[in-house]
Design a protein around this ligand. Sequence first.
Ligand SMILES: Nc1ncnc2c1ncn2[C@@H]1O[C@H](COP(=O)(O)OP(=O)(O)OP(=O)(O)O)[C@@H](O)[C@H]1O
Length: 260
Amino acid sequence: MPASPFPAVLLETAGLCKNFRGLKALRDHALRVAPGEILGVIGPNGSGKSTLFNVITGFSPPSAGRVCLNGIEVTGWRPDAIVRQGIARTFQGSRLFKALTAAENIEAAAQLALRPGLFSTLLRPPGYRRRTDEIVAIGQQMLDLVGLGKWGDRRAGDLPYGAQRRLEIARAMATKPKLLMLDEPAAGLNTHETAELMTLIRQLRELYGVAVIIVEHDMDLIGTLCERIQVLAQGTVIGEGSFAAIQDNIRVREAYLGHD
Ligand SMILES: Nc1ncnc2c1ncn2[C@@H]1O[C@H](COP(=O)(O)OP(=O)(O)OP(=O)(O)O)[C@@H](O)[C@H]1O
């Protein structure tokens, strides 16, 4: 694996495998992501990108290997514990609470990260009120950030599609992640919305120092935004480097770019 141009390591996977009965969806995966880095993961359909996200974020336990965040091994942890450790994600399809308002969607996520717990909710000890205020403030801050500041009271399900996708990112950011993982964030967006999305992702890194891993089929977005790209095919890493380097990589061309 080529060395990362960033010296520090935030996320590290090693020997990561995921088998579904006979199918090896992920084989001996290894990756290092630095704080604040924007990394793209690309590959043909079925190459293991979503499986990688699921294994890192605790939605699917790996068959072998390890995942470490800031030197702490989080392999096999529950998704909520991984969120509290500092990894947040979005999904390919929307997983918003459609009947809740935009603000409530974000506040629910902030609550998970701040962990008020049943005790606090029932007994409301000193500090409870402050924490509730903090959650509402985070919610508004995140809505403003993604351009939905005036839409907090709208039902999430009533928002236009592009706004729902931005709300998903706001919800993930409300957990104050060190690493944000976006699964096909530009899917279904038009050119203008995709450009806005790229600006937003850069802002998130600048304002919060968050590292971002993006799975995306939109090669313009990947080439414009990502400092480094990892390419998967049939669950295996077949290339890694700058956009120019992976375009020149013969294995990548054969497995992926040649299919355009
Ligand atoms: N829960 C599951 N049970 C069985 N097989 C699965 C499961 N999830 C994924 N797979 C298989 O694992 C392989 C990798 O799938 P994955 O969804 O990770 O690919 P992907 O690169 O994200 O694809 P796409 O670009 O189409 O989203 C595929 O062959 C898929 O059919």
